[in-house]
Ligand binder design. Structure first.
Ligand SMILES: [Zn+2]
Ligand SMILES: [Zn+2]
Length: 347
């Protein structure tokens, strides 16, 4: 089968590989219908994910049809249409039992698919702990509607959950990339009073203004002043930082009101500075990433109910054999691209 492969830093290649086989009684084999390209894939390509293993098939955001299950898989059967979770987790250890599946203590726990084990930018993928890693897609929900559930939408949902948003709150989201836009949809479900989205790219601000007219959009240069003007207590009640730059990190705590929750959803290239003397008296609560991706079932129900719809974020679709072109487009952010879908089936 065809599999897009991390060959060495700087080099991905579409290679012919054997189909994956069950390696454990809790595994499932999934035929990939659609996969997507994530910024984390680019981090692997550029060698900034030290744990990434060369030779693995990349891709950790996908939906497909279960082809085969091990003897101990009980929640899905061959023929089921499923979302695949970016995180591998056992469901039994201390962290899993508390819902902190990102910290699962299994040797393969956490982000393994498409990083340490073969992922889904391929015709088929082996999913370990299939009972935890797969969720059945409701019949009324399409593959395209559920494509982002296992990764960026799971991240947005998790961020919005831990931000402790109260009805009527002013919420600031920094960054309108795919994860920021998923975060926005999940924040809107929490009945905030006002949502402000800070983004430097005017095209992305325009996109948000058109899609979500109830949301205020603002450029980073104006955000401190605008958030102050638009909130009741001198700053946002909750801030979700999804941009991942030193500037956005600073804005996140600057724009927060005293005693606010600041959720750091973003992944940074390097350490960030907490200038504690400048922050003294703000009594902020920081919550740092990454995602505990164990709410895919709830997210699928919200999609089925028409409360979340990320299809407008998927701006381009390519067949697997043209994945090189898809990466080139995504990496260079050409043609207004937000997310690219890859059709897994080879005709
Ligand atoms: Zn990702
Ligand atoms: Zn676990």
């Amino acid at each position: 089968m065809l599999a897009y492969t991390y060959v060495e830093p700087g080099k991905f290649e579409l290679l012919e590989k054997p189909r994956p086989v069950l390696q454990d009684s809790r595994d499932a084999i999934v035929r990939v219908s659609l996969s997507s390209i994530c910024t984390s894939d680019l981090h692997i390509k550029h060698g900034s994910v030290p744990r990434a293993v060369s030779g693995i098939t990349v891709g950790h955001e996908m939906v497909g049809i279960v082809e085969e299950v091990g003897a101990d898989v009980s929640t899905v059967c061959p023929g089921d249409r499923v979302t695949v979770n970016v995180e591998t987790f056992c469901g039994k250890c201390f962290f899993c039992q508390n819902g902190w599946v990102n910290n699962c203590t299994d040797p393969h726990g956490g982000w393994a698919l498409g990083c340490r084990i073969d992922g889904g930018q391929a015709e088929c993928v082996r999913v370990p702990y299939a009972d935890q890693g797969l969720d059945r897609i409701p019949d009324t929900v399409s593959d395209l509607q559920s494509l982002l559930v296992g990764d960026v939408l799971a991240t947005g949902y998790w961020g919005a959950q831990i931000a402790q948003i109260q009805p009527g709150d002013t919420v600031l989201i920094i960054g309108a990339g795919p994860t920021g836009l998923c975060t926005l949809q999940c924040v809107l479900l929490q009945n905030p009073g006002k949502v402000i989205l800070c983004e430097k790219d005017p095209d992305r601000r325009q996109f948000v203004a058109e899609q979500y007219p109830q949301v205020e959009t603002v450029a980073p240069e104006q955000v401190v002043e605008k958030v102050k003007a638009w909130s009741c207590h001198g700053g946002a009640d909750a801030v979700l930082e999804v941009a991942g730059t030193p500037e956005s990190f600073r804005l996140a705590w600057e724009c927060a009101r005293p005693n606010a929750v600041v959720v750091v959803v973003a992944l940074y290239d390097g350490p960030q500075t907490l200038p504690l003397p400048d922050m003294y008296g703000k009594n902020l609560i920081f919550k740092t990433g990454g995602v505990d991706g164990c709410h895919c079932k709830e997210i699928l129900e919200l999609i089925a109910a028409g409360k979340i719809d990320t299809t407008s974020l998927i701006t381009h679709t390519y067949p697997l054999r043209e994945i090189e072109t898809a990466y080139e487009l995504f990496e260079n952010r050409r043609d207004g691209v937000i997310k690219v879908a890859i059709c897994g089936q080879s005709e």
